[in-house]
Design a protein around this ligand. Sequence first.
Ligand SMILES: Cc1cc2nc3c(=O)[nH]c(=O)nc-3n(C[C@H](O)[C@H](O)[C@H](O)COP(=O)(O)OP(=O)(O)OC[C@H]3O[C@@H](n4cnc5c(N)ncnc54)[C@H](O)[C@@H]3O)c2cc1C
Length: 425
Amino acid sequence: MITLNRHLPGPHDVVIVGGGPAASFTALFLLEHGIRPLIVERDSFPRFHIGESLTGEVGGILRDLGLEADLAARRFPVKHGVTVYGASGTNTFWVPVMRRQHDGDLTSTTTWQVRRDEFDRFLLETAAARGATVMKGEADGVLREEGTVRGLRVKTAEGVEAISCRILVDASGQKTFLANQGVTGPKERGNYEKQVGIFSRVTGAVRDPDEAAGNTLIFYQEKHHWAWFIPLSETETSIGVVVPGEHFSQSGKSTEEFLEWKLRNLNPALTARLRNIRFTEPVRTASNYSYRVKNFTGPGFVCVGDAHRFTDPIFSFGVFFSAHEARLAAAAIRDVLANSTEREADPFAEYEATCDFGQQVIQDVIDFFWEYPLAFQMMAHKSHKGEITDCFAGRVYPAHQPSDAVLTMRRMLERVRSPRPEPVG
Ligand SMILES: Cc1cc2nc3c(=O)[nH]c(=O)nc-3n(C[C@H](O)[C@H](O)[C@H](O)COP(=O)(O)OP(=O)(O)OC[C@H]3O[C@@H](n4cnc5c(N)ncnc54)[C@H](O)[C@@H]3O)c2cc1C
């Protein structure tokens, strides 16, 4: 159980809503700039969270923050790459975890698979140990002055607190706190909004041998029907299936029955690995997880990670966006505080444009994968190996994109892109 420091009512330079990866990474990067934020998290940690496979660039960010030894000490499985098995267990392709050196060459590196209860607590405790203040409470309102966000109303065990700040960071994840408060622009449905994820953990799953034992495996069947296999310790594996919600509801099965049924028939290469499994966790679900919030920065506020967008979990980008956007947000906040520009119309416009750029690359990669799985396999396997490796790692910003691979995908997608998203609710 994390020890929560006593808070102060403010004014604070920065207050962060949420205590997940987006919040802790933002805090850790702010601390590197000498800014000590207040973090407001409503849950007691450790708590369960889905999202266990990290991309290569997250591994790099964790190393940059000096956390490699701590992750190794926790014995999180080491991930060298992802194998994607096509329908019927064929058309398989492999994407290794690699980093780009300064001269542009790709070299092998590794990242981790993490149990999020432990990982999120570790990040939050590290932020606190390095100088952030963490308080337990639920953000339930925003303080505003002439259109500028000036602070937060927080419900705590003792009552309601008003906490003032110069900049409010929304890292509340899928709760999209500032969107719900009407501070940001509208929240729109994403392309994968009708999908449902049904998942648990098992022991007894058959892994690849030797150093490949920690890798992520993805199995797909028909369009939008797929499963993940993510090693979480020497014995436990995270297993999940994702399908259109309608397919689940029409099955008439309970979540437990549905998961067991799909693990048996979704893809033979998956079934072969699960003959002697035992479930070690309850079966959980995630639905309506795909959305996008418009205008997610403005005077006195900025959103990071799931608080403004989540597309789909198939290639494990969620924690990556939280970590990378945290680094960008912290640098932007440092500049805004130094120049006292937090009340200007949109002090974080550049940050917002960069986030949208990267998120759009991934949206296009995922859309393309489902529209043209065989072309995708050819690109990953042969014609655009390095560029697909870049995308899977998280090199999705202007220094690396749009690559020839992404331009090709966009050209082909123009014929099939989904209609404009509808507003939620
Ligand atoms: C089925 C599925 C599988 C996934 N698999 C992967 C994967 O393999 N790899 C990957 O990288 N990502 C994966 N993701 C995505 C990943 O879970 C998220 O992108 C990631 O957790 C986002 O981090 P975050 O910090 O933005 O939000 P969160 O981790 O959700 O943290 C938000 C925090 O804010 C707190 N909070 C919310 N509202 C308030 C409030 N009002 N006041 C105070 N605190 C509040 C919450 O309690 C929570 O602790 C998956 C997602 C789904 C749906």
